[in-house]
Design a protein around this ligand. Structure first.
Ligand code: TXA
Ligand code: MG
Length: 313
């Protein structure tokens, strides 16, 4: 299959309408989308990414009207979160309607819904005319792509089209909140922090320890965010690097000399660069990546979560 690259959301949407799979930029990371109501097209997402079938997909909408197609009722905390944070980097898990096929939700009775904020994503979804099921547009287990080139690196020849946009603004995946129980629960942190969520829904509870999440949200047990290199959490002053195939990313200027060094001016910049840095390290055969620890506040919590997951592989 030839993968077409275009910068036109309308041209990319044509592939969706004919049952294809298309990678597209959002403000978080690039997604790999298909028509949520075309089971064969959704199956091709799993195939292209080599994604295990028990890992549910989130569904992207262009307007709140499309919610009715996916879920029967949105009230209480789910409604408040959507009213406040949509469009934006938040996924809200609600009860799914029977019209959504099992392949999308991996058989769960719930569905994750997100309305991206980026203009190009919105134009694309609008032009598709249907909600778009889309996981991140990487091969399963690789870091999420924040540039169209990273999508091409993983999926060239495996998907119909890449909608070419700027590097994504946030660079970490959306915050996910499960609103299917009496008490809403954070499943994954992102640019919207738990404190931000609690301004709107004060009773949101913390994520469960990984062992329990694995039972409740099948997808979160799979390998995530991992470069081939070993990832080590370090402090900026550490003098651990300096050997040949090592790299460093952080905010503090390191003392040691590394083969690759990324010094970021802010936590937002650090979050925005981390996944692409992981990929660059793999391209250059780096063996160990030192990531500076940052305070787990605001986007720092999401950043440390992704780094911690990367150290586990
Ligand atoms: O920012 C994002 O969320 C990006 C962009 C493309 O929107 N998407 C993304 O999708 O990161 P993905 O599939 O890589 O991560 C979504 C996570 C997965 O871990 C999946 O298991 C979980 O959400 N998930 C999906 N549906 C769920 C559900 N009904 N209940 C619990 N977890 C769910
Ligand atoms: Mg993913």
């Amino acid at each position: 299959m030839r993968t077409v690259i275009t910068d036109s959301p309308e041209a990319a949407a044509v592939y969706i309408r004919s049952g294809g799979v298309v990678a597209f930029p959002t403000e978080t990371v690039y997604g790999l989308g298909a028509n949520v109501f075309n089971a064969a097209a959704v199956a091709r997402i799993f195939e292209a990414k080599r994604r295990p079938a028990d890992n549910p997909l989130i569904v992207h909408i262009g307007s709140l009207k499309q919610l009715d197609l996916l879920t029967s009722e949105v009230k209480g905390s789910a409604r408040r979160l959507m009213d406040h944070f949509f469009p934006g980097p938040l996924t809200v898990v609600v009860r799914r309607s029977p019209e959504v096929s099992d392949i999308v939700t991996a058989g769960l009775h719930s569905i994750g819904v997100r309305m991206p904020a980026s203009d190009i994503a919105r134009r694309f979804i609008e032009s598709c005319g249907v909600p778009i099921a889309a996981p991140s547009a990487n091969l399963s287990g690789r870091p999420s792509p924040t540039t169209w080139q990273a999508v091409l690196e993983d999926l060239d020849g495996r998907i119909d089209c890449i909608l070419q946009g700027e590097p994504t603004k946030i660079g970490l995946e959306s915050t996910i909140v499960d609103c299917t129980k009496a008490q809403p629960r954070l499943l994954r942190t992102g640019a919207i922090s738990i404190d931000g969520l609690r301004h709107v829904v004060p009773n949101i509870i913390e994520p469960e320890p990984d062992e329990l999440i694995e039972i409740r949200s099948p997808g979160l047990r799979h390998r995530h965010y991992s470069p081939n290199a070993k990832v080590v959490i370090a402090s900026g002053e550490d003098n651990t690097g300096g050997q040949e195939e090592t790299a460093y990313i952080g905010i503090t200027v390191p003392i040691a000399v590394y083969k690759l060094t990324a010094v970021c001016r802010s936590m937002d910049e650090y979050a925005g660069r981390i996944f692409e840095f992981f990929r660059e390290c793999d391209r250059q055969g780096i063996e160990t990546i030192y990531c500076e620890a940052v305070p787990a506040e605001g986007i720092g919590a999401a950043l440390m979560d992704r780094i911690r997951r990367a150290t586990e592989n």
